[in-house]
Design a protein around this ligand. Structure first.
Ligand SMILES: NC(=O)c1ccc[n+]([C@@H]2O[C@H](COP(=O)([O-])OP(=O)(O)OC[C@H]3O[C@@H](n4cnc5c(N)ncnc54)[C@H](OP(=O)(O)O)[C@@H]3O)[C@@H](O)[C@H]2O)c1
Length: 322
């Protein structure tokens, strides 16, 4: 089968389409013919080896040769102990713990997969898992957004951000979306009442906000605290290691004075956590923003598009069933 490999950190140029053996499912595994894989911020980080936490699995070289975690496809074989799926079933999953989805087939434990939601295409289902959990956790479970609150989403134009903006708007918040300027119209169309350009505007001086969900944190904890209202919450999921460590270590202390909750948001793995978002997508209350799709052979172009700063929402790699 074809897979897209890399053996060193770098630009999309280090990716190669190669022929490898098709994996065989173990007793508790299913073999899935991949139909769509969405590109996540975590794939870009794994490719480039930046920020530093992207090298946790391999300091000098990537430990896993094939990236890609958010996948949708069709079961083609199941292990002896698998009772939950059968060949022909359409499924989706977040395989961030093993990767390997930029390929024609992927093998993983059956428990990682869920049935493809009714009425959802492979492309849309592949866009949901990681981005959806981040947005749900940040806005609903931990952010607990209420009507009338002021919410800021930093990094709003990416996979998680486009869902987070919509979830906060749906909860009745006035949403400020921060990203690069050319995404402004799109972010307004998702319901943001104000859009900031991170290259020009300093969001920490435009608040304060009751909730800040930060998907691209490059600020000091002191600056962050300035942007959060008394009694408000700041949750960070990605960005520079230095900033994340500051929030982790100093956040609780710095926030104490102003009754502000400054925290790193831990995001659980797995599509079983995205149920409420899937319901909203199926009801048409929230939509998935797909920027472009690329065939598997052009995975390097897909990553390039994601990393170029030109994409809005999700870039998706597709595999032709033939
Ligand atoms: N905590 C956890 O457990 C966990 C789990 C999974 C993922 N994550 C992290 O979550 C983060 C977001 O994921 P994602 O898939 O939504 O990423 P994404 O699709 O790459 O979106 C990130 C967005 O942030 C924008 N951006 C870049 N630099 C910025 C800055 N300085 N200020 C404001 N916006 C900026 C990007 O714009 P451009 O396109 O113009 O660069 C992009 O639109 C990633 O860092 C990922 O590692 C965390």
């Amino acid at each position: 089968m074809k897979a897209v490999e890399y053996t060193e950190y770098g630009s999309p140029d280090v990716l190669r389409v190669v022929d490898v053996d098709r994996p065989e499912p173990g007793p508790d595994e299913v073999l899935v013919a991949v139909r769509a894989v969405s590109v996540n911020g975590s794939d870009w980080e794994g490719l480039t080896g930046r920020p530093a936490y992207a090298r946790l699995g391999g300091l000098r070289r990537p430990r896993r040769r094939v990236l890609g975690s958010d996948v949708a496809g069709t079961v083609v074989a199941v292990g002896a102990d698998v009772t939950t799926f059968a060949p022909g079933d359409d499924v989706y999953a977040d395989l961030l713990d093993r990767l390997g989805c930029f390929a024609e087939h992927v093998c993983a434990p059956a428990r990682s997969f869920a049935p493809l939601p009714d009425g959802m295409s492979f492309v849309e289902a592949s866009a949901v898992p990681q981005a959806g959990v981040i947005a749900l956790r940040g806005v609903v479970d931990r952010g607990r957004v209420r009507p009338g609150q002021r919410v800021l989403v930093n990094g709003a134009g990416g996979g998680a951000g486009t869902y987070a903006v919509q979830l906060a708007v749906l909860a009745g918040a006035a949403v400020t979306a921060v990203d690069t300027a050319h995404k402004a119209d799109h972010l307004r169309s998702l319901g943001a009442v104000r859009v900031l350009d991170h290259r020009v505007d300093d969001w920490t001086r435009t608040g304060p906000y009751d909730l800040v969900l930060d998907l691209a944190c490059y600020r000091s904890v002191g600056a962050i605290a300035r942007g959060v209202a008394p009694g408000g919450t700041y949750l960070v999921v990605g960005g520079a290691v230095r900033s994340l460590l500051q929030v982790l270590v100093l956040g609780p202390l710095v926030g104490l004075a102003g009754r502000k909750r400054l925290r790193v948001l831990a995001v659980p793995l797995g599509v079983r956590h995205v149920g409420p978002l899937v319901d909203l997508l199926q009801a048409g209350a929230v939509r998935t923003v797909v920027d472009r799709t690329f065939p598997l052979e052009q995975t390097a172009e897909a990553l390039r598009r994601h990393g170029s700063g030109r994409s809005v929402g999700k870039v998706v790699v597709t595999v032709d069933p033939t």
